[in-house]
Design a protein around this ligand. Structure first.
Ligand SMILES: [Zn+2]
Length: 692
């Protein structure tokens, strides 16, 4: 009786689980049979056999070079999220859903936007107008610091403000969060837009400079100095200042190097390395008076900023800051400002032939809502589309794959005992984030006003900054997420020994709650194993158990690893998507090894769940088939020829059909599909590769 009641309350008994599982096995068996192409021998082309029905039924949408399982779930998630946004206005006042709805409504509330005029940004413009000297300018720059960068995890290497602040786990095993300062201050997308001689970039620059002139006039109408020629020379001066800022910026390639975390500056270093600005005043205004050190992610930009504060006329700096304020809010200011918004962010001009602009107003509102209220929307997404039972099932799959992978690490002969100890230590403490964070940010204190779009943006920006500041000195939490659960993807964070797999990723065919365990271990289990293996392979070898950037693989590990993986290089180099083009086995090696290790560990983990049923040979064979087909389904994909050529030339992964051919290295695949010598994927037992 108690068990029955418990079931009704959302708990499940052991008997119930078993019944669910066998019902799923029956369903999955039917689905697998319906999905294959029986005219193809699995041993000749497993990818086309397993995905037969999908390949026949699917077309690559117009304008796309390829269409994959990832594209399918990305599109599905986009529609799911739009539905959420459309339904949100019906939620009760004060709820998170209602705040999300109010944010979007405010963005589209033309009446309120016109009526508010520039009231919200007026105090900011007045503050700029009151700046009389460089000391006041420095304080204003400090006050404007934004928490809109993420150098360690998501590769956001530029702020909208002259510098951006992040507090993140760094790379030397620090126990507490470190303060990072990242370059910024450009209206156009990046440095190249200012310095490139590409004619398309020159067009954007001209358009940008004209927009600067327009908004300077709009912001201070009727001022005597605002004749057309005066505003155009002011715009020219602002453009020259921005170009000088851009020239001090690091290139994208330099910014992308994690070793930038080694540029740790004390407060004295700022005075010494970046003279021209009163850094104490800057940090005090930013609420960072007591912070002793910062990572200067791009030192040249910090040095450049201070020099420009000293050398450039105050009036130019003030105009520059006016433009930045207007650009930040242009989307939610009256029409005359809004019309300048695309030019102010460096969007290409709409051509009459191109049809309606790519980013309509409603679309901008949706994007702004999903970005400014990201975690709130993600929470709504998960509440509607990702039941807690799915998370529990995936955590159990992940735990079993982790254990299976650890057994494989213990068994390898090419890795030294010392390295194995580190690898096992890393696997043990690895945080495996499934679907969404363990705790959500609280939105209770956030005021969202449906008639105050600009105010909403300001309050959210200030709140982000406060939350970023509050983390300084706190202990690094490796369960902290840096992924958006409603964006399809997985994120590996070596410096905090942590992996995030988003709820959006965990959808059919990567994870199917209605499918058997076998099918899911083949699909998501192999993906989990793949990602896990990166923590102990040459990528993860650069980071210790505590997240410290220090290589723990020995020279001997590296050379033995090279010897065991040589046959896999050859295996992949033998695949020819076109007669004149082969897969590059070296370029794709790291990912192919991860696929192989992930598939093998997931297979062990799935087999270990069979328990007493493992004695039933025919049952096991049927489940094995589901496992391998689950793997193939997770990587279903279609390419146009050009797209495939480009992918082969540039991507670190092999095209999916060859990734799926990894199965030929697993003995059980041969039995499951009766693969015989002479079939195209057949490998002699001695030629099957095992690395993990
Ligand atoms: Zn990978």
């Amino acid at each position: 009786m108690a068990a029955l009641l418990a079931c009704g309350l959302g708990f499940t008994s052991g008997a119930q689980v078993a019944a669910d599982q066998s019902a799923r096995e029956v369903e999955s068996a039917k689905e697998v049979d319906a999905g294959v192409d029986p005219t193809i021998k699995p041993g000749d082309d497993f990818f086309s056999y397993a995905n037969g029905a999908w390949l026949k039924a699917t077309q690559i949408p117009a304008g796309k070079e390829r269409w994959t399982a990832g594209s399918e779930i990305t599109e599905l998630t986009r529609q799911q999220t739009l539905k959420l946004l459309d339904d949100a206005p019906a939620a009760p006042a004060g709820s998170i859903a209602r705040k999300v709805a109010d944010f979007r409504a405010a963005y589209l509330n033309d009446g309120a936007i016109e009526a508010n005029g520039i009231a919200l940004i007026k105090p900011m413009l007045d503050r700029i107008a009151r700046v009389r000297d460089k000391a006041a300018l420095t304080r204003l720059l400090g006050t404007g610091l934004k928490a809109d960068v993420d150098p360690m995890n998501n590769g956001i290497f530029a702020s909208k403000h002259v510098l951006g602040l992040a507090t993140q786990a760094s790379i030397h095993g620090e126990k507490t969060y470190v303060a990072f300062l990242v370059q910024g201050g450009l209206g156009l997308p990046d440095r190249e837009h200012y310095v490139s001689s590409d004619p398309a970039m020159q067009v954007l620059r001209t358009r940008y400079q004209e927009a600067i002139g327009s908004v300077l006039t709009l912001a201070a109408p009727g001022v005597a100095s605002d004749s057309a020629s005066a505003s155009s020379s002011r715009a020219e001066a602002v453009m020259a200042l921005e170009t000088a800022i851009a020239q001090s910026h690091a290139t994208a390639e330099v910014s992308g190097n994690e070793k930038n975390a080694d540029n740790l500056w004390t407060r004295a270093d700022f005075a010494r390395n970046a003279p021209g600005m009163d850094w104490s005043a800057f940090f005090a205004a930013a609420g960072l008076a007591r912070q002793p050190t910062f990572v200067a992610w791009q030192p040249s930009a910090v040095t450049g900023l201070a020099a420009l504060v000293e050398s450039q006329p105050l009036q130019v700096w003030k105009d520059y800051l006016r433009v930045r304020v207007i650009a930040d809010y242009a989307d939610v200011l009256p029409r005359a400002f809004r019309d300048q918004a695309p030019a102010l962010r460096g969007a290409a001009p709409a051509s009459p032939e191109a049809g309606p602009p790519l980013s309509s107003r409603a679309q901008r509102a949706n994007e702004a809502t999903q970005s400014a209220m990201g975690e709130a929307v993600a929470r709504l997404y998960v509440e509607r589309y990702f039941p807690a039972a799915n998370k529990a099932r995936l955590q159990s799959i992940a735990a079993n794959v982790r254990a299976a992978f650890a057994r494989r690490v213990e068994a390898v002969t090419w890795m030294s005992p010392e390295s194995k100890a580190v690898a096992l230590g890393k696997l043990k403490v690895l945080y495996l984030g499934v679907a969404y964070p363990e705790t959500w940010r609280d939105y209770a204190d956030l005021v969202v006003d449906p008639a105050d779009a600009a105010g909403n943006l300001r309050r959210i920006g200030e709140r982000n900054y406060r939350q970023t500041l509050a983390r300084l000195g706190k202990r690094v939490d490796n369960a902290e997420w840096s992924s958006d659960p409603k964006v399809v993807g997985g994120l590996l964070m070596f410096q905090q020994n942590s992996l995030n797999l988003t709820a959006a990723l965990l959808q059919v065919p990567k994870f199917d709650p209605a499918a058997s365990d076998a099918l899911n271990y083949g699909a998501i289990g192999a993906i989990i194993g793949h990602e896990m293996s990166h923590f102990v392979d040459p990528l993860g070898a650069e980071y210790e158990v505590d997240g410290q950037a220090r290589r723990w693989w020995t020279a001997e590990d590296i050379s033995r690893y090279g010897a065991v993986n040589a046959p896999l290089v050859n295996q992949f180099s033998g695949y020819r998507p076109f007669p004149d083009l082969a897969v590059n086995g070296k370029q794709t090696l790291s990912e192919n090894i991860a696929d192989l290790g992930g598939l093998a560990a997931a297979f062990d983990a799935y087999r270990a769940t069979l328990g007493s049923k493992a004695a039933d040979k025919e049952y096991v064979r049927q489940q094995d088939r589901q496992f391998f087909i689950g793997f193939a389904r997770a990587w279903r994909s279609l390419y146009r020829d050009d797209g495939l050529r480009k992918f082969v030339a540039t991507n670190d992964h092999a095209p999916e059909r060859y990734r799926v051919a990894t199965v030929r290295n697993i003995d059980a695949w041969y039995d499951a599909f009766d693969v015989q010598p002479g079939q195209r994927l057949y490998l002699e037992p001695a030629a099957r590769v095992r690395i993990w």
